[in-house]
Design a protein around this ligand. Structure first.
Ligand SMILES: *Cc1c(COP(=O)(O)O)cnc(C)c1O
Length: 342
């Protein structure tokens, strides 16, 4: 099986399963799960924050963060295609009474700071109170430029806005930029990180911030139904993810580059490959090809999500040999596809 739909499909490693089986546990709602506490301390330390909180999902983590930064009637500036805005069921508005102000992402995954400045509302009874600026890194597989992060921080400070990072794949960004995750995280008031994507843990995210911010988020996590009990069995896998799975993300990036090169070589008449930055390859397909290609590949045990602009994601369970097999299958499909259209 070659599954390129997402890096969420990664399976836990043997080391993770062993750590899960052996984990010391307690009731985390009482703060008594030693393994959860260890994961939270480790996360805070790795990202350079005072404190951290283990949550069920990235969605829950972002929502708890937004609800901790904002109150009812507040507003947050966010990308039009951002996960928190578009792919989390509108949670900020639905459950947080927080109004989103979406802004287009630029091609490099940043939000233009002049446009963001224009969207900040004046203190006037007509307007929601703009309270928070939210970025995403990586965004669509792109690692945000480091100098942009510094400028975003300066902008947020100057406007008295809090700055949150949906850093679901912050470690991919750090590896791509050749810096530590701290060098990215230090610009933000809070950062949410997924353990269950390229890092391979079966479940979980961590939210990092100041002690007082995390205390608030812990309260919201309980309200959101995310107070788990002997969660150390899950946190144990998260610890393995953070201690042994970060540096290997480079392999995923190399495999994405290999995939992009292979598809570029054979793509003429079928697909066009976009520039690759981390572990995602975006390809635009000739009209009508996406569904056919996905069905063809599925018959060969290869999974992709059909779309005119298709996202292919590399991860630890797809090695270079599988990438080559995938390119080979697309090569065969292309031959068929083009012959049928002549
Ligand atoms: C996956 C993801 C999340 C969180 O997703 P969950 O499935 O809820 O863990 C948040 N932001 C981004 C950018 C993501 O890719």
């Amino acid at each position: 099986m070659i599954d390129l739909r997402s890096d969420t499909v990664t399976l836990p490693t043997r080391e993770m399963r062993q750590a899960m089986a052996a984990a010391a546990v307690g009731d985390d709602v009482y703060g008594e799960d030693p393994t959860v506490n260890r994961l939270e301390d480790l996360s805070a330390d790795m990202l350079g924050f005072e404190a951290a909180l283990f949550l069920c999902t990235g969605t829950q983590s972002n929502l708890a963060a937004l609800m901790s930064h904002c109150e009812r009637g507040d507003e947050y500036l966010v990308g039009q295609q951002a996960h928190t805005y578009k792919y989390e069921g509108g949670g900020a508005a639905v459950l947080g009474s927080i109004q989103p102000q979406p802004l287009e992402f630029a091609a490099d995954g940043t939000i233009d700071l002049d446009k963001a400045a224009q969207a900040v509302k004046a203190d006037d009874v007509h307007f929601a109170k703009t309270r928070l600026f939210c970025l995403e890194n990586t965004q669509g597989g792109k690692a945000l430029p480091l100098d942009y992060l510094a400028r975003a921080e300066e902008f947020a400070r100057s406007r008295n806005l809090a700055l949150h990072l949906d850093g679901a794949r912050i470690f991919n960004a750090a590896v791509a930029k050749g810096v530590g995750a701290r060098d990215i995280a230090r610009h933000f008031d809070s950062v949410s990180v997924c353990l269950s994507k390229g890092l391979g843990a079966p479940v979980g995210s961590v939210l990092c911030g100041s002690r007082s911010f995390i205390d608030k988020a812990r309260r919201w996590r309980k309200v959101l139904g995310g107070g788990m009990r002997q969660a150390g069995v899950l946190a144990a896998a998260g610890i393995v993810a953070l201690t042994s799975m970060v540096e290997r993300l480079k392999e995923d990036h190399d495999n994405a580059a290999r995939l992009a090169a292979g598809l570029t070589r054979i793509g003429e008449g079928l697909l066009r490959v976009e520039e690759v930055n981390t572990n995602m390859v975006f390809v635009s397909l000739t009209t009508g090809a996406a569904g056919e290609l996905a069905a063809y590949l599925k018959g060969r045990g290869m999974l992709v999500t059909p779309a005119p602009r298709m996202r292919l994601v590399t991860h630890k369970d797809v090695d270079a040999g599988k990438i080559d097999a995938f390119v080979e299958a697309v090569t065969e499909f292309r031959k068929d596809f083009l012959e049928r259209r002549l």
